[in-house]
Design a protein around this ligand. Structure first.
Ligand code: AMP
Length: 216
């Protein structure tokens, strides 16, 4: 049985660590929204909004979208009714400035840091395939769909994100090292960090997260 008080969570980790996969499972289990800044930005790009046109320049280069832009998006999103019983931030914050801005607008309970060695991340990301329609994520080798290039959930064709190609992936990992990794210490100092070994099966990682949150 799942009896859990409202929790505001952050998923932290390098690109490809499995933040999105675990956030999605956790969101379904805890019945709270998964808030992925990457997904929101990709949606803006697909819709061709002025935000999307601006964000795309950074995303295609493996760089971070400016702090004030993403902080604004998150601030608006977490004020919505469906976040009242908790939320899971996936891919935000990614800089110290974002983390400090977040501290001013929300109470964070736990920060789940998914740790995966860097040499494994490149293979993980370049093999990643996503569903444009429902957002489900697969891996050609480690988590393939039942029917090649088709989503198990909704049957839509799967695609590779533009920024999941090797050159951009290496740049994104560098961005993580230079700008995001400091958040491990930031949240450790706040006694909110929950370290998770992300180099295991998806289900084993998920069970470990639930156990460490006391949410089993
Ligand atoms: P993701 O899907 O989380 O890997 O994000 C894809 C891309 O969106 C990143 O490489 C960034 O360019 C941009 N992005 C997502 N979240 C953030 C954030 N919190 N701050 C700045 N840029 C972000």
């Amino acid at each position: 049985m799942c009896i859990v008080v409202a929790m505001n969570l952050i998923m932290l980790g390098a690109p490809g660590a499995g933040k999105g996969t675990q956030a999605q499972k956790l969101a379904a289990y805890l019945k709270v929204p998964q808030i992925s800044t990457g997904d929101m930005l990709r949606q803006a790009v697909a819709e061709g909004t002025s935000l999307g046109i601006e964000a795309r320049k950074y995303m295609d280069a493996g760089k971070l979208v400016p702090d004030e832009v993403v902080v604004g998006i998150v601030n608006e999103r977490i004020r919505k009714e469906d976040c009242r019983n908790g939320f899971i931030l996936d891919g935000f914050p990614r800089t110290l400035e974002q983390a400090k801005a977040l501290d001013k607008i929300a109470r964070i309970d736990h920060v789940i840091n998914i740790d995966v060695p860097e040499e494994i991340l490149v293979e993980r990301i370049t093999g990643r395939r996503s569903c444009k329609k429902c957002g489900a994520v697969y891996h050609v080798k480690y988590n393939p769909p039942k029917h090649k290039d088709r989503c198990d959930v909704c049957g839509e064709a799967l695609y590779q994100r533009d920024d999941d190609r090797e050159e951009t992936v290496r740049k994104r990992l560098e961005t993580y090292r230079n700008q995001t990794k400091v958040l491990i210490n930031y949240y450790s100092d706040q006694h909110k960090l929950v370290n998770i070994d992300g180099n295991r099966e998806i289900e084993a990682i998920f069970k470990d997260i639930l156990a460490k949150l006391g949410a089993e």
